[in-house]
Design a protein around this ligand. Structure first.
Ligand code: FAD
Length: 391
């Protein structure tokens, strides 16, 4: 079966004509690398000088990619998506506030997202970024094989305790929780922590999910080892796959520090590795649950076809497909229309606090210009289709 992602009528059913136009102009602006760089510099300056900038952001890029400032403000977005059989994941996207008080606030807010998800059937998962819960000193100074002094050890224990509080609440309320992946040089600490949590909370089903960035050339081996460990210890393994968002940073750091790059040498190696990870997981669904986070059409087609090949129902509760809010609606809406389990990552938070997330989206949409061109083409087709109906 080939799902037609080009069906723009289904893809943009949730958008009014005006929303369609706004999205079109925004992607058009974002495709211009020079303009995005200038806008980024202007924004960073405005933030430093405490100049008002929120109004410009809120009505444009924020509206496209963010659900609202609070959990409550996201309700209309969650409801709207649910009208098209798409579930939401509210992602508190406040980054970089790792003072003890900042971490405490983020912990409280993330607990609220778990509680909210347990009450709302249209929210499927909770999520958090591990760096929100550790002193930067821990992750900045962590590399594989490094001996921990007593300070590092106590920071690591603090981190694990915070993660445990979140996973425990998720377990108590039966809300599966995704733990995002970030930079490779400290990911081993996160992997170790997540494995401990899975061993503790995944005995009956996958509640805790680790994230594997398949642009890392060591991840297929890691995946096989993780599955073997889960089998041996008798827990379900939650596996979220993404390609990875920090390629430039990873490569630059490897050059600067003089170690081999952890990233696959070509895009097609990353693609092969991503698709291979999907197949391996589908072959282990007796103990694994799969969350595929990608805007790549081919990987989504492969997942669908591999499911069909194995006689797995589209709505099998162990398989979830996800895209970011504001991106690749043609994939999300068409898959959901055909009965697959689809979720959108819906980031939320105050304008200033979500700026790092928005800047990453802007950069990504200029860097992956192919995807932006694709968004523009689809929006144009839909616009023309609606005009033709009017005539
Ligand atoms: C629901 C969801 C959750 C996400 N969560 C995370 C997360 O926890 N952590 C995280 O890091 N990212 C996360 N991301 C972002 C993700 O990692 C990708 O950056 C983004 O989705 C683009 O990749 P793609 O598979 O959608 O599409 P594609 O456009 O097919 O792939 C682009 C990706 O391919 C890789 N790539 C590009 N060029 C090369 C090259 N020359 N050599 C090797 N590899 C290359 C990079 O990873 C790049 O981002 C998430 C994305 C989604 C949709």
């Amino acid at each position: 079966m080939e799902i037609n992602f080009q069906n723009t009528e289904i893809a943009f059913k949730g958008k009014t004509n005006n929303e369609l136009k706004s999205a079109y102009y925004l992607f058009k602006l974002m495709r211009n690398r020079g303009l995005v760089k200038t806008a980024q510099n202007l924004l960073i300056t405005a933030m430093r000088l405490h100049l008002p900038y929120s109004w410009a952001i809120e009505s444009t890029i924020y509206k496209q990619f963010v659900g609202g400032k609070t959990i409550e403000e996201c309700t209309p977005v969650v409801e709207k998506l649910s009208n098209y059989s798409i579930k939401s994941i509210l992602d508190y996207s406040v980054e970089g506030n790792t003072t003890p008080a900042g971490m405490e606030r983020t912990l409280e807010e993330t607990l609220r997202t778990i509680e909210n998800a347990s009450r709302n059937p249209n929210i499927q998962f909770a999520v958090f970024k591990p760096t929100a819960f550790a002193s930067p000193h821990l992750f900045e100074n962590a590399y594989k094989g490094k001996h921990f002094d007593s300070i590092m050890l106590s920071l690591f224990i603090d981190f694990k305790n915070r993660v445990d509080i979140l996973c425990n609440r998720a377990y108590q309320l039966s809300v599966p929780i995704l733990i995002d992946a970030e930079e490779s040089w400290y990911q081993h600490l996160i992997d170790e922590t997540v494995e401990e949590m899975m061993n503790k909370y995944n005995k009956e089903r996958a509640i805790v999910f680790n994230t594997l960035q398949m642009y890392r050339h060591d991840r297929i081996t890691f995946l096989k080892e993780s599955i073997a460990k889960a089998k041996k210890k008798g827990y379900f393994i939650g596996l979220k796959f993404v390609r990875g968002a920090y390629i430039e940073k990873e490569r630059a750091r490897a050059i600067e520090k003089g170690y081999p790059s952890p990233i696959c040498s070509t895009k097609s190696d990353t693609d092969d590795s991503y698709n291979e990870a999907l197949r391996i997981t589908l072959d282990n669904l007796n103990i694994a649950e799969l969350f595929s986070g990608t805007h790549n059409e081919e990987s989504n087609h492969i997942l669908v076809n591999e499911m069909i090949k194995r006689n797995i129902e589209p709505n099998d509760r162990r398989i979830w497909i996800s895209q970011l809010y504001g991106m690749s609606d043609h994939i999300s809406f068409n898959l959901a229309y055909h009965g697959f389990n689809v979720t959108k990552y819906v980031p939320y938070g105050p304008v200033k606090a979500v700026m790092p997330y928005l800047l990453r989206r802007a950069e990504e949409n200029t860097a992956i210009s192919g995807q932006t061109t694709r968004e523009l083409r689809l929006l144009e087709i839909e616009n023309r289709r609606r005009q033709a109906i009017k005539k």
